[in-house]
Each structure stands twice: as C-alpha cells, then as structure tokens.
Design a protein around this ligand. Structure first.
Ligand code: SF4
Length: 363
C-alpha cells in the first residue's frame, strides 16, 4: 500500500501474470516462435528507477519525482539475473542488452557486468543509458567486459534537451560522457534520438552534422505509443522516411544492407564516407517479422513484446526452487507460442490500450 501522497502508476498493464505454457519438443536447441522467429536477443531491465523524466517514456505527470519504485527485495538479484542469462544463452540467445529505467543507477552495475561476462564469455553484452552517470563509470564497465554502449541524447539544443528529459540535465555532460566512453574503448557508440514533431525534430540535421565523421552512429527513433502514459498521437510522429530525406538534403545518403536478421535500425551511410546513421521505424515501417527480442523486467517478468499488456512470472519459479532445466522449459514454452507483431497491427484503439511501461521493461 503506497504511503500517503506517493504516486503509484501501474507499470505493468495488469499485475496478473500469464500462465506459462507447456513447451513442445523443438527441432533445434533454439526455440522458434509461432511466426518462425528464433529467440536471439534478451533485454534485461536491471532497475525501474530513473533520474530523468523523459516525456515520451516516464512523463513527470505520471511519474512524479516521488514516484514509488519497486522495493529492492522485488528486484532480481545479480545472481538471479546471471542465472536467467545462462538459461537464455543455453536456448540460443547471443546478445544481452542491459536496460532500465536507467541501468547505471543500479548499485554495483559494473559487478553485474563482470559476473555476466565471466558466466558468458561469448555473449554480445551491451547497455543503454541516458549518460548521466556514464562519465564516471565508463572505464569500469569496459574493464568488466561490456562490449558496446548506447547513449540516449534527444537534442544538442540545451533548452530542448532539458525540456525532453524534464530534469534540467545539460547536453554538455552527456557529450563528455560519450567522449569518455569512447576513450575507454566502447566506441563506436550508438546515440539514440527519439524524434517528436514540434519538439526536437528541427534538430535532426544538427545531430547528424555533429556526429558525422566521429565513428559514432546516431539512430533516429520514431516516437512510439509505448506504455500508457506518454500521450502518444500519430500527429507527433515524424516518419523515418522524412528524417532520411531531411538529412540526405544536406549530406547525401545511401542504404546499407542489414548486418543480420532482426537488426532493429534501418542503416544508411553518408556517400562521402563520413559514417552511418540508423532509423528505427516502429510506427511507419514495422519490423516485427524479424523480431527476435525478449524482455525481462527488473522483477523477473518475461515480456515477448515492447507493447505487451502482460508478462510471465519467472521470478516465482526462480524463488520456488525450479532448476535450470525447468526454467529453460518455461522460457521455451513461452517463446514457442509467441505471436506478437504489435507494430504491424497498431491502430488508434490499440494505441490507447493499457500496455506495460517502457521504463519497467526497457526499450
Ligand atoms: S512491436 Fe513487438 S513484436 Fe514488433 S518489433 Fe516491437 S517488440 Fe517486436
């Protein structure tokens, strides 16, 4: 029961967990879902806390600065996270991304990275951050075994950026953190910019210009109807095709073939060799047919889509003595019956439906 005055937003559309389906015997070790997509990527939210209040993810109106986050006892411990990562790896997961909330707020995050690296030497281990604590942690994260990092930066215009993160955090400190992470050996860095019409879209070309020739890759992300609190409207979406057109008018671009099935960003390179950009077009060019991503919430619920309404409680299994075989069977059963393709079937009605909050399961 929330203390008087504390704001409580239902982060999961429904606290009830879905029943875990019986697993079928799969041909191969890697489970394939009902649409033929293999389980390849796991995103692990290590905290639901964040020090930003980005308007498209965790708006202050819904997530006041006194928002009641999950109690620590509810969170998966590092040992439980590593155990789940092993289970997913045994099922063919090759890439693990640590997310949040803001993952660098989880105390000892460097130790968790080290534990994951030790347990899974081959896995591609990445992390997405708002950059606010990155300058201080970049070297330790790299030394612990992190492969790559993605930093969110929604504008180079300080006033606009402060307005979008809604906590008055300056651009300069994120740029310094990107430089430090590059110096620490985490380059090339991916820089994510969520583009919202009338808010920061006029800064798209400036963002491209700033990172041209740096080796870092800016990904321009269409504003999405994630969760149920960001007031999403189709009118606020700048289609990726328009973003590419705007940049191409200044810096000619040509398309780049995807590096692998399920690559989220559509890639474009500068004709003059000054590097690449990416666009992530969940609204106007759905990529569900190649979606190989599962998401584990910070309190151990498995979600099979960013726009899911409900998840599966794996923590309950973990904390009631299930062995790794049973956990593998549970994940296999869940993935096998997966039919998610939200972005392909999005309507004005589905956009209004109650969905899990992105700040709880990570982007
Ligand atoms: S909408 Fe769901 S199924 Fe489609 S790409 Fe996103 S996470 Fe995957």
């Amino acid at each position: 029961m929330a203390a008087m005055g504390k704001t409580v937003i239902p982060i999961a559309a429904s606290r009830g967990a879905l029943p875990i389906p019986e697993a079928r015997r799969d041909a191969g070790a890697t489970p394939v879902d009902a649409l033929g997509r293999a389980l390849r990527d796991l995103r692990i939210s290590v905290t639901d806390r964040c020090n930003f209040r980005c308007t498209y993810c965790m708006p202050k109106e819904s997530f006041g600065m006194d928002h009641e986050f999950l109690p620590h006892a509810e969170l998966l411990s590092f040992e439980e996270i590593v155990r789940m990562a092993r289970v997913f790896h045994a099922l063919g997961t090759a890439k693990i991304r640590l997310t949040g909330g803001e993952p660098l707020l989880r105390r000892g995050i460097e130790r968790l990275v080290g534990m994951l690296r030790e347990a899974l030497p081959q896995v591609d281990l990445t992390l997405t951050t708002n950059g606010s604590a990155l300058k201080a942690k970049a070297r330790a994260l790299e030394a612990a075994g992190l492969d790559r990092i993605t930093v969110s930066l929604d504008s180079l215009d300080d006033a606009t950026f402060r307005a979008m993160n809604d906590v008055d955090f300056p651009v300069a400190r994120v740029l310094e953190a990107i430089d430090e992470a590059a110096a620490a050996g985490l380059a090339p860095i991916k820089v994510n910019m969520v583009v919202k019409r009338g808010v920061n879209d006029r800064h798209v070309v400036e963002m491209a210009r700033h990172f041209r020739g740096s080796g870092h890759i800016v990904r321009f992300i269409e504003f999405m109807d994630v969760g149920s609190t960001n007031g999403w409207r189709m009118d606020d979406v700048i289609p990726s095709a328009e973003i590419v057109r705007r940049i191409d008018a200044h810096f000619p671009l040509e398309p780049v073939e995807p590096g692998y099935r399920g690559e989220v960003a559509e890639r474009w390179r500068y004709v003059d060799g000054a590097g690449e950009i990416g666009v992530i077009s969940s609204v106007t060019q759905a990529f569900c047919s190649d979606c190989t991503r599962a998401r584990l919430s910070t309190d151990g619920r498995l979600y099979t889509c960013l726009f899911a309404q409900q998840g599966y409680d794996l923590k309950g299994l973990l904390r009631t003595g299930a062995d790794d075989g049973a956990l593998e069977q549970a994940v296999r059963g869940i993935w096998q019956q997966r039919t998610d393709r939200y972005s392909e079937i999005r309507t004005a009605e589905t956009a209004r439906a109650r969905k899990v909050e992105m700040s709880y399961i990570g982007g």
